[in-house]
Design a protein around this ligand. Structure first.
Ligand code: EPU
Length: 416
């Protein structure tokens, strides 16, 4: 199993090009199931989760080809509309094939994702929404088994804001008969990126980016090409790293307007930030100031940035209060950060982080994707060597993280 070896304490300086967004690429690749024409997707990041998605689609009979960062999906033939457990358990986003399969083929069998390191993460809202569109859905042998004649448009009010839930229902509704309305919809930029890809395929969608999305179903969608938006979480992770370690960073191929909550917190921490249409400059010459934050659906502070901000807080001046409201168990990185000397107390869904002047390097274990990113940042500011084990989590969602960080002066390398 690969590990990352980090010698901390270096100032970071230079420029990083941000990759395409994982959480936009995955639903957009699943959207390829909605048409028998080729869908060409560019700016696709090289990630394990993307490889898993292509494997999942290949298992159904979908052909795909890859050239550089461009992936072409050809779902003209599907012989098995199934998402098996061995893939679903490694990537919960596999549930994103449920809506498209049902809408185009009238049947789907998708293994029910089991437990998860960061919270229970049920998919009841996906199921409830598809049932409202007329699907018959049951659980058989651990699989969600769904059947339907043509789906019917429906008004769906989700019980909570769910990102992949909104995406699944929006995709299903594109081919349903009549109008669907999704109320309490997720407003995340990745939902908007998916909607734009679907619109390019001929879907009639309005309101993506607001909490009310309306979709007029059409008979069929056609092929299209779409460029995936930049990864705002990858971008935020590198900004946090430099805010914690000190230095100067230029991010390119980024969309600052999708990152307001993160940029505001980094400014509060003392970072000087300038932005252009597709770049961000961050300069940090002093110890960061501790910040308080509360995760929330977009445009609130992203839960996917919580661990990285916490890492910055561990070496900040003062104390910061971090409240996680999206997932019940997303503080797994705290015990590992404590191994590096961080002063963190957890009370329920709140972590009180009292900044210490420096952390001290140690071996730590990554428990999920963003926890791993937080531990890498902690390693970059710790004295001596930090070894981050189980970085397969990191490889699921960050493209060449160690190469990008080495390029700005970090001492970090991968070892088997
Ligand atoms: N929820 C339910 N029932 C449902 C759906 C969601 O109770 O049917 C709950 C969840 O348990 C959670 C909350 O609603 O407490 C929000 O979950 P959401 O459905 O929004 O999460 P998701 O769609 O499974 C996506 C991202 C996550 C990101 C969350 C929140 C993708 C592929 N994944 O997950 O990304 O944390 O939204 O923003 O888009 C990551 O990239 O590391 C990651 C975990």
């Amino acid at each position: 199993m690969d590990k990352l070896l980090i010698e901390g304490g270096r100032r970071l300086e230079g420029s990083i090009a941000v990759s395409g967004a994982k959480n936009a690429a995955l639903p957009i690749l699943a959207a390829g199931l909605l048409t028998s024409d080729p869908l060409m997707v560019s700016n696709v990041p090289k990630l394990h989760d993307v490889a898993t998605t292509l494997k999942l689609l290949a298992g159904m009979g979908v052909r795909s080809s890859q050239e550089g960062d461009c992936v072409t999906i050809d779902a003209s033939t599907i012989n098995a509309p199934h998402a098996p457990y061995d893939l679903v358990r490694t990537m919960r986003a596999s549930i994103l094939v449920l809506g498209p399969l049902l809408a185009r083929f009238g049947e789907a069998r998708v293994s029910l994702p089991g437990g998860c390191a960061i919270g229970q993460r049920p998919v009841d809202q996906h199921i409830k929404g598809l049932q409202a569109m007329g699907a018959q859905i049951g659980i058989e042998h651990g699989d969600v088994v769904a059947k339907s004649s043509r789906l019917r448009g429906a008004r769906i009010i989700t019980d909570m804001v769910t990102v992949t839930g909104t995406e699944n229902l929006m995709m299903a509704a594109t081919l349903a008969q009549g109008e669907s309305i999704i109320e309490n919809a997720a407003r995340e930029p990745e939902v908007v990126d998916l909607a734009n890809a679907l619109i390019a395929m001929g879907a009639r969608i309005e309101g993506a980016g607001s909490d009310r999305i309306s979709i007029q179903g059409v008979e069929r969608l056609h092929g299209a090409s779409h460029r995936v938006m930049p990864d705002r979480i990858e971008a935020g992770t590198f900004l946090c790293a430099v805010a914690a370690a000190g230095g100067r960073l230029r991010l390119t191929s980024v969309t600052p307007s999708t990152m307001d909550a993160t940029l505001e917190k980094l400014r509060e921490a003392g970072a000087q930030i300038e932005t252009g249409p597709d770049w961000i400059d961050l300069m940090m010459n002093a110890r960061p100031k501790a910040i308080n934050l509360r995760t929330a659906p977009f445009p609130g502070f992203a839960t996917d940035m919580q661990a990285q901000m916490m890492a910055m807080n561990t070496v900040a001046e003062g104390a910061g209060v971090i409240t996680e409201t999206i997932f019940e168990n997303r503080f797994m990185h705290v015990l590992e950060m404590q191994r590096l000397g961080a002063d963190i107390t957890i009370e329920g869904n709140t972590a009180i982080v009292r900044g210490v002047p420096t952390l001290s390097g140690a071996s730590v274990m990554a428990t999920d994707l963003r926890a791993s990113a937080g531990l890498v940042i902690a390693g970059l500011v710790a004295d001596g060597q930090t070894v981050v084990d189980r970085i397969y989590h990191l490889d699921r969602g960050y493209e060449s993280m160690e190469a990008k960080l080495s390029g700005v002066g970090a001492c970090i390398r991968r070892a088997s």
